[in-house]
Ligand binder design. Sequence first.
Ligand code: ADP
Length: 460
Amino acid sequence: MQSIRKKLSIIIIFCSVIAVILLAFLVNLTVNRTFNNYVIDTQNQRNSRIVDYFQQIYKKDKKWTINSGKEIMHEAYMSNYCLTLLDTNKNVIWGMNPDDIKENSHMMMQRVYNNPGVYKSKLFEIKYNKKIVGYVLIGQYFPILLTQQDINFKTAINRSILISIVIAIVIAVIISIIISKQFSDPIKSVSNTSVRLSNGDYDSKSSIKSNIKELDNLTRSINILGKKLKEQDQIRKRLVSDISHEIRTPLNILQNNLEAMIDGIFPVNGERLNYLNDEVIRFGKLLNNLNVLKQFEDEKLNLNMKKLFLDKLVLSVSNKFSIDFKNKNIKFDLNIEEGKNFEIMGDEDKLKQVFINLLTNSIKFTEPGGAVCIYLNADKNRVIVKVKDNGIGIKKEDLPYIFERLYRGDRSRHETEGSGIGLTIVKKILALHSAVIDVESVYGMGTSFILYFNRYKENM
Ligand code: ADP
């Protein structure tokens, strides 16, 4: 298997090389074509210049001699073309031998085209007073004839293209290394973090920063995942210790008392047996609580939804608590905003359970002489209920967990009776009503639970 960095580098380099070679090929093709056109143009111009030259000679002498225009032979040799002068009957007056330019031309052709080329000649008419007075045969090795400057020009172009290819490839390699590092480093870091998390090291974090949005999100997500796993792990450990504690206490009491009875230390009487029975009941309650929780965890919880007035529902629940408030000497107030409509869609029994749980907690966690108040108000879309007490409050570190299964705050675990499922059930029921619960608490000062319900609308 290859690393992402290696793979990315290979892809970038491969694409760059293909692009550069393609570009170089196209540039080369275009330059060659344009250059060949230019050379052919030059040769055509040369041919008409030669014909023109012989016409001038004839105009001057009015006849052909063995030396007519022979001065041009030198230029012809130097430029690798062959000339033959013919009279009107196409008899040779004078002519150059193609073999004389063969060696030079072959060498050039070999260098430029990789083949010796083929000798070809073309006949041009020489005219005087619109009459043909002779012919000139111009021959050369094809495909095209190049001068030394032409060849130098072509070689320089090709060399530049080659150098550009090499430079482009070097730049592509450097860029590929930088880019692939930018991609691979965060991915590698996230991958290492996930391996450490899967090995149970929930403190491990990925600290690498990336300016690529998706990779930055990935890093952030793995860190959040790690934090959540750590929290869940702590909750799980606490849960196990809580359950075993809850089970061990009644079991110990039962065992000690029964042993004392067997040994005759305690008398076996109705009072003792009642006491033991209370413990058995407490034990049973714990198991019941776990059962209730399991029921609420069941996604397919059936709701009996209907239109109801939340103010009436809260009033009826709080009325049931009036004796409890009185017994614990807690002042209770229900504050309902006037002229508002508190109609919502909901399951009456389940929502009653929500307020029973919240009020039970308020009473449980508020000292005698304290106060509990429920405020009800509504805006355009929502019905808002606030259950406020000035009780013991919740520690900041406990706040994020109070809605977790079987989670109980430090003080409540040691000082009050409870199961740690009341708020879990509240949250579950509210979620099924698309309602939201918020908590505000100051340790030692009091707690407020704020519930937001969607108001009932005709077209809901
Ligand atoms: P229980 O009350 O049975 O312990 P809950 O799920 O109802 O379980 O509550 C979870 C924890 O939240 C409690 O143990 C307690 O620490 C904290 N809590 C809930 N309501 C209040 C409140 N009104 N005041 C202070 N602490 C509270």
